[in-house]
Design a protein around this ligand. Structure first.
Ligand code: GLP
Length: 242
């Protein structure tokens, strides 16, 4: 799997936005899974600009999120749902019926995960899963050691993931202990995958991917078995010589 190395995060974001806009131009009713985190923000800004310039029609697309905190609804400013409405859906004039987001506040999380999987199937499966990358190689909330056959489910959050959220909570005990996440198997069923790699501390996870050997300790290496993956990587993250 050979990454496309971009000069910086701006170039990466532009490349990614062109990639997503090309899909939406070719297939306006495409189903796309979208990530949260710092990495996709530049992509979203550029995609909104392309949308506003008329490069594609977003009114028929379907969007899904990759993960959510248990106990959080999209009304909570600390939820991933809120992040996506703020940074992508609202600026792109996406209607609520176009975005099926995991409901972290669902009373029955198992039923919610099943309903979410069914909603993906109902639109013909994911055309594209856009992924960020965790420093430990996680994708969505699939942490090292995750079962690669798993579909959307409830997972316990690692202490590191919880610590990264702590800044948003005055009381550390309030940081969610669990999340809902698309499983590796859900992600692998997408027709195409776009992996975005930017930000500090990602070099080890990329090195695991470049070794080319699937390794459950590095969930991102599951993608090695997918036939249609595009990896965009910011050259600035490289801490080794190739
Ligand atoms: C979180 C999210 C992932 C995301 C990752 C990387 O753990 N659950 O979906 O890919 O962070 O975030 P960032 O892009 O901020 O490095």
């Amino acid at each position: 799997m050979t990454p496309i190395w971009l000069e910086n995060s701006e170039a990466l974001s532009q490349y990614a936005a062109d990639h997503v806009a090309a899909l939406l131009s070719a297939k306006p009713d495409a189903a796309i899974a979208v990530p949260t985190g710092a990495t996709p923000l530049g992509l979203y800004r550029r995609l909104i600009a392309l949308h506003d310039s008329g490069a594609f029609d977003g009114t028929r697309a379907h969007f899904f999120n990759l993960d959510e905190f248990v106990g959080k609804s999209a009304d909570d400013p600390r939820s991933y749902g809120h992040f996506l409405w703020q940074h992508l859906f609202r600026p792109m004039k996406i209607r609520p019926s176009q975005a099926r987001l995991l409901r972290g506040d669902a009373a029955d999380t198992d039923a919610e995960c099943l309903a979410f999987e069914r909603a993906i199937e109902d639109v013909g499966g994911l055309d594209l899963a856009i992924l960020g990358l965790g420093r430990n190689g996680h994708i969505a909330f699939n942490e090292p050691g995750s079962d690669w056959n798993a579909r959307t489910r409830l997972v316990a959050l690692t202490e590191k993931t919880r610590a990264a959220q702590a800044v948003l909570y005055p009381d550390p005990a309030e940081v969610p202990a669990a999340g809902l996440t698309m499983g590796v198997a859900t992600i692998m069923r997408a027709k195409a995958i776009l992996l975005l790699v930017a930000g500090d501390g990602k070099d080890e996870a990329v090195a695991a991917l470049l070794r080319g050997i699937p390794d459950q300790n590095w969930p991102v290496t599951a993608l090695l078995d997918h036939p249609n993956v595009t990896v965009l990587a910011d050259r600035q993250i490289r801490r080794w010589d190739l």
